[in-house]
Design a protein around this ligand. Structure first.
Ligand SMILES: Cc1cc2nc3c(=O)[nH]c(=O)nc-3n(C[C@H](O)[C@H](O)[C@H](O)COP(=O)(O)OP(=O)(O)OC[C@H]3O[C@@H](n4cnc5c(N)ncnc54)[C@H](O)[C@@H]3O)c2cc1C
Length: 497
């Protein structure tokens, strides 16, 4: 139907490449404009260490590629997955995620096959993805080309984009205009389209909530001959010690990364993680991290580095049921952004790409397209955004209590007490009961709407049974072994003396 329709897509990040692929499979021809240089020739290490990727600030932070993303890739682009594996990416299937103490309860069930994760560095993923996209007949990628503005015209009640202003970074910042039938914003977290469209008269509403955390990363590589530690040991490689969250992200070729996530208010710890030695000193106090980074096992390959502006952002391009812009669609982070701690952005990015391709291939009227795209975005992506926001708010509240030296979840009302008690019981039940673990993992992997597993009566009954064990006992399932806040702060002070 749409063989002649030309799409100008801005941004060759994750959502951009997924959108280009999904649209090309539906018969659209796609021109992708990307401000950065293409991946360097060579393998994953060159991409990781040498690729200047200033357009995607999170590029060198580790990424988890969850079940939603992996199962969509598997369904639509199985040959791309082969390319990832050939480049060193690994598949971890659901049965491998089941901890040893639950293995005897485990029986495969329909749906388990969707819950698998891909482990590799984002640099590896992007490089292979880009090379695959470049090979498609009806996709053209134009690198080192900034989109620096838009041309618009008013059509009745809507603003329509009629062209993109391109600035060629190589050819002396030469400017030109590019015209297409459809314009897609995949420029990520720093998108300027909202400002440009607002200046042109559209009403673009933005919700923005600060997660009030800082996020620090350091990369390492296992020494030759050293095997990856067992992730199922008693002390897990990812967890929460109350005042700090931590996690190991295994990558490809023996590379892995550690992240530390702190509330904004933890000023001493925030200062400390900026320094690579103190970052390591903090990690070495967490039992689950020691087998990874002790000096005889691994070597750091980067300093520690952080990223700011951890916000949940939702942009709406329809106001009072009226589309504000025609022939324009924002996908991925340019439309909806969630806290990276949950590892959801790439999964929602590919989901959004497929929503866009389905919408554009089944409708031709510009208003119908805008309405349907917004409807599907709200139906399929908003629940994920809302769940992430709720988790952010809980995190902020808990951090505040810990800072004040109080109990993590002190309840001010019966309703709140019930909520906390249910949460603790769920954490404990997921640890010891395979059906609850599986349900929780379905939510973690976004293969169903967040929390949908709680509608299962068997799971609910189990969680209520755990509630009877009491909050104190259940609460232990949430917090991992490690020094308490005072001990950690004291150790930092003694290190400086
Ligand atoms: C610290 C951190 C860790 C994360 N960890 C995870 C994780 O574990 N799992 C997960 O799924 N998600 C994670 N995310 C989220 C994930 O990175 C994003 O959701 C995802 O990259 C969004 O894809 P995108 O294509 O919308 O944006 P991006 O991937 O950021 O791509 C945007 C692209 O647009 C280009 N661009 C920008 N402006 C212009 C312009 N004017 N002209 C031309 N090109 C332009 C950029 O160069 C870039 O290539 C993390 C995010 C952060 C910040």
């Amino acid at each position: 139907m749409s063989a002649q329709q030309r799409v100008a897509l801005v941004g060759a990040g994750i959502a951009g490449m997924c959108s280009a692929l999904a649209l090309s499979r539906k018969g659209f021809s796609v021109d992708v404009f990307e401000r950065d240089i293409p991946p360097p020739d060579g393998g994953a290490d060159r991409a990781f260490f040498d690729w200047n990727r200033r357009g995607a600030a999170q590029f060198r932070h580790p990424h988890a590629f969850l079940g939603l993303m992996c199962s969509l890739l598997e369904e639509h682009y199985p040959d791309l997955l082969d390319d990832f594996f050939a480049a060193g990416a690994r598949k971890v299937s659901f049965d491998q995620m089941v901890p040893p103490h639950l293995q005897d309860q485990y029986r495969p069930e329909a749906g388990d096959e969707k819950m698998w994760v891909l482990m590799c560095r984002r640099a590896t993923m992007e490089t292979i993805f880009r090379r695959y996209v470049e090979k498609q007949d009806n996709i053209r990628i134009v690198n080192t080309t900034y989109v620096t503005g838009i041309q618009t015209e008013q059509r009745n009640d809507q603003v329509a984009i009629t062209g993109l202003e391109l600035t060629d970074r190589i050819a002396g910042n030469q400017k030109s205009i590019f015209q297409a039938d459809i314009y897609v914003d995949a420029t990520g977290r720093a998108s300027k389209f909202g400002q440009w469209l607002t200046a042109a008269g559209a009403v673009i509403e933005e919700e923005r909530e600060d997660a009030e955390i800082v996020y620090y990363t350091r990369h390492y590589q296992l020494k030759p001959g050293v095997d990856e530690p067992d992730r199922h040991k008693e002390d897990p490689s990812a967890g929460d010690v109350g005042y700090m969250k931590y996690g190991v992200f295994p990558g490809d070729s023996g590379h892995f990364a550690l992240i530390i996530c702190l509330p904004n208010a933890e000023t001493e710890l925030r200062e400390a993680v900026k320094d690579e030695d103190r970052f390591d000193a903090i990690c070495m106090q967490i039992p689950g991290l020691v087998p990874w980074i002790s000096k005889d096992r691994a070597e750091p390959t980067t300093p520690s580095f952080g990223i700011g502006e951890i916000h949940a952002v939702w942009r709406s391009f329809i106001k009072d049921d009226q589309p504000q812009v025609l022939n324009f669609f924002a996908v991925g982070d340019a439309s909806a952004r969630t806290n990276p701690l949950y590892g959801r952005g790439c999964s929602t990015g590919i989901l959004h790409a497929h929503i866009l391709a389905d919408t554009l291939s089944t409708r031709t009227d510009p208003i119908a397209r805008a309405v349907e795209f917004q409807k599907q975005t709200v139906e399929q992506i908003r629940p994920i955004y809302d769940a992430s926001l709720r988790e952010d708010k809980n995190g902020i509240r808990r951090a505040d209590v810990v800072m004040k030296g109080g109990e993590r979840d002190r309840a001010g009302s019966l309703k709140k007490w019930f909520g906390f008690a249910f949460g603790d019981a769920l954490a404990a039940a997921a640890r010891y009961e395979i059906h609850v673990f599986r349900g929780l993992m379905r939510t973690v992997n976004l293969v169903e709407k967040p929390g949908a597993f709680l509608e299962d009566s068997k799971i609910r009954r189990t969680v209520f049974r755990y509630m009877l064990k009491g909050r104190k006992k259940n609460g232990q399932a949430r917090v991992q072994r490690g020094p308490n806040r005072q001990e950690m702060l004291a150790s930092l002070l003694s290190d400086q003396e």
